[in-house]
Ligand binder design. Structure first.
Ligand SMILES: *[C@@H]1O[C@H](CO)[C@@H](O)[C@H](O)[C@H]1NC(C)=O
Ligand SMILES: *[C@@H]1O[C@H](CO)[C@@H](O)[C@H](O)[C@H]1NC(C)=O
Length: 563
């Protein structure tokens, strides 16, 4: 009987490259969902994971009373607030993963549709927003559980209004902030020279569509030669940030659709690998809407989203888009690079666009995409629609935390098609199923080199240095069914991104070179850290040991230059 169930559990139907899992044991093959918080207090419009294993999420000040009050009777008084002139409610939350506790954080100026990234010391640097937040830079130094870290705001730290911009961390530990509504420029935070101004970005003029925009929250990536890749609407370039000149224009992405806000598709760069010294960089863009979808949605006509993805190797001499089809149309989704190197496409809907209340027909099933064979699998359905303003981040245990959805002024929970959503869910990919436990690596521990015993930053986690080897120990299960020689072990680093509006800024994975030793359950790996800050900007990364496709929990390492 048990054998029969196992056999049925492996039956899969293949349909045009799309694998539809039909199984008795759904969770083993298509993952499962859990509700982590029934009331997350604040809508998770923006979401990030910190190296203290907390998740910081926030929405905006100008939206009314959330369900989490500010501590100690604090209130934010703002005569220009369109909803509440005296707002005693939090609009940002620190969520501790281990205990599922929330703590209200205080945002003083409006963070609506803003951007961000992490500094090499783990400080979250968030930029811009709307109104009184247009030019603000906010710093959040993550603290351990029980701490009282909160936002520190630097007014007028930005030179232009950054509303719907995208950020990229740079090799010098600064970041570049690209675009924003009505702002076809970019600037550096901090400025590289005292007198440095902003730079014009004609791509954001050329790709702008009157009445629809379709080029906000551009997809930006640091290329392996230090240039900046920028994709807006359906066009893309490489920018030399030293000379501020365009060094390459890529072919237009085919498919007659727009890929950036409000036609919000999503994007990642596929994992970089030591095998070519992290040279090859491949961009993937999925979903989006027909260019007129925004105007049509305002007329009550919700166009079907795009069902295509494109892959472009931006380091090729003559690159062109390789197009493929997703199992269905999708807009307003998030793409998450899993510890295995597979990509999860989660959240979003089939019709309409970004913008308040303009999405229809939620897609409740994530898709799991395997880059090396372009295979698609349809995962288990959630019961919670995740429309505009939803978010998703990978957390250290390998689950994907999901929050947010269509926001409504006054935090309306009734009488609207998609009410303000405060449930925080977690999606567990199939690799977390107990049937995989006899492969799962555990107890991953960094063995510091003698001279690194005193962690120079005084913070948690193992410090690793560019190009240098470091050693970890870990365990494989006692009675594992794995290959005894431990081949098919992989070591992958994930940078924690800043997720909002279907794009996880600074999301990046690196596959590291390693030699594994030990036998049976006890293993060691001597791993070589990424070669330079150009391929992997300094900062905290989650290190996963992946064994035949089954990852350990992530361990934080801090990648730094040795100086
Ligand atoms: C980390 O670096 C940022 C940016 O350089 C700085 O503003 C912040 O104060 C630093 N945080 C700590 C805890 O030193
Ligand atoms: C939202 O809530 C406010 C206050 O309760 C109410 O006045 C308004 O009509 C609601 N809007 C919708 C679309 O239901």
């Amino acid at each position: 009987m048990i054998l029969l169930i196992c056999v049925i559990g492996l039956l899969r139907f293949r349909a045009g490259g799309v694998e539809v899992v039909a199984s008795n044991d759904e969770a083993a093959n298509s993952g499962h969902w859990s509700v982590e918080l029934r009331n997350g207090g604040v809508s998770a419009m923006h979401m990030t994971l910190t190296h203290e294993n907390t998740v910081v999420y926030f929405d905006m000040t100008d939206i009314g009373a959330s369900l989490l009050s500010l501590p100690d009777g604090q209130c934010r008084v703002d005569q220009f607030d369109e909803v509440l002139k005296r707002d005693c409610w939090a609009h940002a939350v620190e969520y501790t993963i281990a205990s599922a506790e929330t703590r209200p954080l205080e945002i003083k100026t409006d963070t609506w549709c803003s951007s961000g990234s992490f500094a090499s010391n783990g400080t979250l640097i968030q930029t811009g927003g709307w109104g009184d937040g247009y030019r603000v830079v906010r710093y959040f130094n993550p603290c351990p559980r029980g701490g009282n870290c909160d936002w520190i705001e630097a007014p007028n730290a930005l030179q232009e209004k950054r509303w719907y911009a995208s950020n990229q961390v740079l090799p010098n530990d600064g970041q570049v902030v690209v675009g924003g509504r009505g702002e076809p420029t970019y600037e550096f935070v901090p400025r590289r020279r005292q007198d440095e101004g902003t730079y014009k970005l004609p791509l954001l003029v050329d790709t702008y569509e009157a009445g629809a925009e379709n080029n906000l929250y551009p997809f930006v990536y640091l290329n392996s030669d230090g240039t900046l890749f920028i994709f807006a609407n359906r066009d893309s370039i490489l920018l030399n940030l030293q000379t501020n000149s365009i060094v390459k224009k890529f072919p237009r992405m085919p498919g007659d659709g727009s890929r950036n806000y409000p036609s919000s598709g999503s994007s990642v760069i596929l994992p970089l690998t030591f095998e070519d010294d992290f040279h090859k960089v491949e961009v993937m863009v999925c979903g989006g809407s027909p260019p007129s979808a925004y105007q049509q949605a305002q007329l009550g006509n919700f166009l079907t989203a795009l069902d295509t993805c494109g892959r472009l190797v931006i380091t090729d001499a003559n690159p062109d888009w390789q197009m493929e089809k997703m199992p269905g149309p999708r807009v307003l989704s998030d793409m998450v690079i899993l510890p295995t190197g597979d990509v999860l496409i989660i959240n979003g809907c089939q019709q309409g666009t970004g913008g308040w209340g303009l999405g229809r027909s939620p897609v409740l099933s994530p898709y799991l995409y395997t880059p090396h064979n372009a295979n698609w699998q349809i995962m288990a359905e959630s019961t919670v629609p995740r429309m505009y303003h939803s978010s998703a981040v990978l957390i250290p245990d390998g689950r994907v935390l999901v929050g947010g959805s269509n926001t409504n002024r006054y935090y309306n929970f009734t009488g609207v098609m998609f009410p303000t959503e405060l449930r925080i869910e977690a999606f567990s990919p199939p690799y977390l199923h107990s049937s995989q436990d006899d492969l799962r690596p555990s107890s991953v521990t960094g063995l510091p080199h003698q001279r690194d015993r005193e962690n120079p930053s005084g913070q948690s986690g193992l410090v690793i240095y560019y190009g240098e080897d470091f050693t970890i120990s870990f365990r494989l299960p006692w009675r594992g069914s794995y290959r005894r020689d431990g081949s098919s072990l992989e070591y992958r680093l994930n940078a924690p991104p800043f997720c909002t509006h279907s794009f996880s800024q600074n999301q990046r994975q690196l596959v590291l070179k390693a030699t594994t030793s030990g036998y049976g359950t006890f293993r060691w790996a001597r791993i070589t850290a990424p070669s330079s800050a150009v391929v992997a900007p300094a900062g905290y990364y989650l290190l996963f040991v992946v064994h035949e496709g089954v990852p350990s929990s992530g361990t934080w390492v801090q990648l730094l230059p040795r100086d």
